[in-house]
Design a protein around this ligand. Structure first.
Ligand code: CA
Length: 229
């Protein structure tokens, strides 16, 4: 969940901003004093800052400047006067956006969402991407070894995870139980294919809505299993 810091000394405005952003699913913190707000802005991790310009303690210009010296986090500046916006631009403080009071809360929310998604894309493209396999509602993160079914995380044992991932990475390919046993258990299968059956059953209990009508791992009678795509 994205976390936003609002630094605003007018309580009614801070409350309005917070209420609308919380309704949109954001976690919001507020500070009324500029100096205290700046301290928190620098010390804590936020995904976005919303700064009023005229504040007790440290003003919005200075806060923005200091944030920019150390962070690329989006900054939205809120001003009571249109003239101030020209001033902010002129100072080149590195604010990402400006909005004048009075503003409509929905406009504020729309701008916050736009900046956050742009920033997340930026971060996402810079960060190393995890190796993810995604098939319909099933998501397997091979790097983190985590599995989600319709956004709900499920716990898998090592072998269950390996077996599921192996099948999901070879869709439409029928594997015999012997082949799967050799592949996952890494030893010659000496008739212990029942292990495979047991693991398939456990995997199905975690990923299938109806285990008797599996939508992911099909049983090919007399042969083995196939991951459906
Ligand atoms: Ca103010």
């Amino acid at each position: 969940m994205s976390r936003i810091l609002i630094i605003e000394d007018e309580e009614a405005i801070a409350d309005l901003e917070r209420d609308y952003l919380e309704l949109s699913g954001f976690e919001v913190e507020t500070e009324q004093d500029g100096t205290k707000g700046l301290e928190r802005a620098l010390a804590e991790d936020f995904d976005m800052y919303i700064l009023d310009l005229m504040l007790p303690g440290t003003d919005g210009f200075e806060i923005c400047k200091q944030i920019r010296e150390v962070k690329n986090t989006p900054v939205l500046m809120v001003s009571a006067k249109k003239d101030d916006i020209d001033k902010i631009r002129g100072l080149g403080l590195g604010a990402d956006d400006y909005i004048t009071k009075p503003f409509s809360p929905s406009e504020l929310v729309a701008r916050v969402k736009a900046h956050l998604s742009r920033y997340e894309r930026l971060i996402g493209s810079a960060a190393e991407q995890n190796d993810i396999v995604e098939i319909r509602g099933l998501k397997i993160d091979k790097t983190a070894r985590r599995v989600w079914v319709n956004d709900e995380e499920k716990q898998f044992t090592t072998k269950e995870f390996d077996l599921l991932t192996f099948l999901a990475q070879h869709p439409n390919h029928v594997f015999t139980k012997d082949e799967l046993f050799r592949e996952i258990w890494d030893m010659e299968s000496i008739g212990d294919v029942a292990t495979v059956t047991v693991h398939i059953k456990k995997i199905r209990e975690k990923i299938e809505i109806n285990t008797s009508k599996p939508q992911y791992i099909e049983t090919i009678w007399g042969v083995g299993y196939r991951f459906k795509i």
